[in-house]
Design a protein around this ligand. Structure first.
Ligand code: 3PY
Ligand code: MG
Length: 264
């Protein structure tokens, strides 16, 4: 029998070091392989805003699995049926958007557990996650290697952040500055001082409660402040933005060298 697949992200989360990762929304296995060559601690396959579905997430999980890169998957929504599908194809760490209450977080945990601990449907013989029933005791041990991370990204969620983080089976919470800013009436301003103040206080509260917290911080001041306050993991950018910036910079540089001629 095959031993259970260990979740390296879950173990990294237990260490005291802050890890860095990249959001991937280019939605294919080939660019996931390129990102895997960079020196990130983990990579996140984004099905919330990237054009990903189950069939595009699978090859990315496979590509990253070959390289042993700790992988997070973010589905478009935290629905029970979608959590089942993602776990069955082998996702072990899920980042779940728009979780506002401890009850919603508890429902996510239930979706990830087989009965009697939850409501995950049993289809291990058809599932890559169990190596098609090859993993020893998969039905009994699968939950041990799962890592569930609700996103806290509204004022309502921030008010309840300790309760959400304390739900048994929740491994960490993740603060979404963009949606939080929007909820605060400051859409497009995730680094606004008022948003930052709410974020700072939320981080401190989670850390004080002895729980883990992550965040997206793509600029140096937000990154440094978040690390200083004790976040465990930070998404520092995205493949899409990196590609857009890189291609623009390249074109600009050589357009100038070419004397500004249009050439198209
Ligand atoms: C947000 O900022 O709203 C996110 O979901 C992650 O960056
Ligand atoms: Mg968000």
């Amino acid at each position: 029998m095959i031993p259970p697949r260990l979740n390296r992200f879950k173990r990294m989360l237990q260490s005291s070091r802050t890890t860095i990762g990249l959001f991937m929304a280019l939605a294919n296995g080939y660019t996931a392989e390129i990102a895997a060559e960079a020196d990130f601690d983990w990579l996140m396959i984004d099905g919330e805003h990237g054009p990903n579905d189950l069939r595009s997430i699978l090859p990315q999980i496979q590509a990253l699995g070959c390289r042993d890169v700790p992988t997070i998957v973010r589905p478009v929504t935290a629905e029970t049926w979608l959590i089942k599908q993602l776990l069955d194809i082998g996702a072990q760490t899920l980042l779940l958007p728009m979780v506002d209450t401890a009850e919603q977080a508890a429902a996510i945990v239930a979706a990830s557990r087989y009965p009697p601990h939850g409501v995950r449907g049993v289809g291990a013989s058809l599932a890559r996650a169990s190596r098609w029933n090859g993993v020893k005791d998969y039905l009994h041990t699968a939950a041990d290697e799962l890592c569930l991370i609700p996103q806290v990204e509204t004022r309502r969620a921030i008010a309840d952040i300790e309760a959400i983080a304390a739900v048994p089976g929740v491994d960490a919470v993740f603060i979404g500055p963009s949606d939080l800013a929007a909820d605060m009436g400051l859409i497009g301003q995730p680094t606004h001082p008022e948003v930052r103040a709410v974020i700072d206080e939320a981080i401190v509260r989670v850390v004080r409660a002895g729980r883990r917290v992550g965040i997206f911080a793509g600029d140096v001041p937000s990154f440094m402040r978040s690390v200083e306050l004790g976040v465990s993991f930070v998404a520092v950018g995205s493949d899409v933005a990196t590609f857009a910036q890189g291609t623009k910079a390249l074109a600009t540089q050589f357009r100038e060298l070419a004397g500004g001629r249009q050439g198209r």
